[in-house]
Design a protein around this ligand. Structure first.
Ligand SMILES: Nc1ncnc2c1ncn2[C@@H]1O[C@H](COP(=O)(O)OP(=O)(O)OP(=O)(O)O)[C@@H](O)[C@H]1O
Ligand SMILES: [Mg+2]
Length: 117
């Protein structure tokens, strides 16, 4: 299992969610974060040139998936989030040791597969 984390532009949220839906990915968590992606803005001060690191609003989406869903999830995130401009964000894939569904106590594969009722 892996934890796929996508950090991307808030205005691409709907596109990302739609792409995930089409990839049959159902469970995820989302939060708003502030980030910095390396772009430096030079600011003149009376002492000379200083560098200011700006923060921008991003969305952070976390998806716990079984191994066969890693590639579809990463692809969906990239397709949904990409504009081609600097600042599109990052996708990170982390090892995930254990997942439990609180209601049933199911572990791992049984816990990352959504149950519809
Ligand atoms: N190394 C990093 N670790 C954690 N978060 C990062 C990292 N780099 C970027 N981010 C997050 O991703 C957001 C967008 O970053 P950004 O798109 O500028 O990444 P980038 O790799 O510099 O790509 P680009 O070349 O398109 O600018 C940042 O605001 C930050 O929240
Ligand atoms: Mg950047």
């Amino acid at each position: 299992m892996k934890l796929v984390i996508g950090i991307f532009r808030p205005e691409k949220t709907n596109d990302v969610l739609e792409a995930l839906y089409h990839a049959d990915v159902r469970g995820f968590s989302m939060s708003r974060v502030q980030g910095h992606g390396g772009e430096l803005e030079r600011v003149e001060t009376y002492r000379g040139t200083t560098v200011r690191m700006d923060l921008s609003e991003k969305v952070r989406l976390e998806v716990a998936v079984s191994d066969e869903f890693v590639e579809p999830t990463v692809s969906a995130l990239r397709e949904g989030a990409r504009t081609g401009q600097v600042g599109d964000g990052k996708i990170m894939v982390l090892p995930l040791d254990q997942v439990m569904r609180i209601r049933t106590g199911e572990h791992d594969r049984g816990a990352v597969t959504p149950v519809s009722n």
